[in-house]
Design a protein around this ligand. Sequence first.
Ligand code: FE2
Ligand code: FE2
Length: 252
Amino acid sequence: MALYAIGDLHLSYGVKPRGGSGSRPGPTGGIWKNREAVFRQNCLSLLTDDDTLVLAGDISFGKNAEECAPDFAWLACLPGKKILLRGNHDRFWDAKKTPALNAKYGDELFFLQNNFAAYGDWALVGTKGYCFEGPFYLDRRGRLVGWDEEEERRAGELVERELERLGTSFEAAKSAGYRKFILFLHYPPTSLIEKTSGFCKMAEEYGASQVIYAHSHGEHNFHTSIEGMKNGVFYRLVSGDCLRWRPERILE
Ligand SMILES: [Fe+2]
Ligand SMILES: [Fe+2]
């Protein structure tokens, strides 16, 4: 039995091609080319039905149940238990829909928000999260000299809402008797201008062992948040392009 994670599949099997080019939404070139096939092959060689795979957000470009259904059916056929986290591109999923999604897909997929999933004696908790993504202002040498303070204030409001949801997730697990936690976020736990955040503090307060996050694409964004051990919590990025579509083993 092992726990794996990866984010940002950005599936679109059920989305009709749009625009003059007839292409589906999302990135297609370079590392993104044939990602579904590469990811599927990696899952088939790594995972068994005893394993659990957390999909850390940006799962589907489908904007409603109909457009998502082919992506969910495709995921459900992969080995192991699948746990889904909400990403910024997951427009099919607003916070109120989580119970309905779990009722509909309960045998195949688990949607993690305002709830938790059990993995042995561990509780898998999580939420989309949020962090301020700019605009940042750089000087000629690429050094940070400022940022949009109004946007930063707005980001702070979104962070507060997500912290509330994460608190609900932790408390649900705690009430059920769990004392060991792995925390999943879609967004990185800190922005470019932060050394810590409410997400880091909550991870420390509840004694989470790891914080797993995704969302950061492209090599220049792979190291913009916390990585490795900090204040007793281990942080790691699992965006799909960073992992080259090979799910990362989180726990044995
Ligand atoms: Fe993404
Ligand atoms: Fe994202």
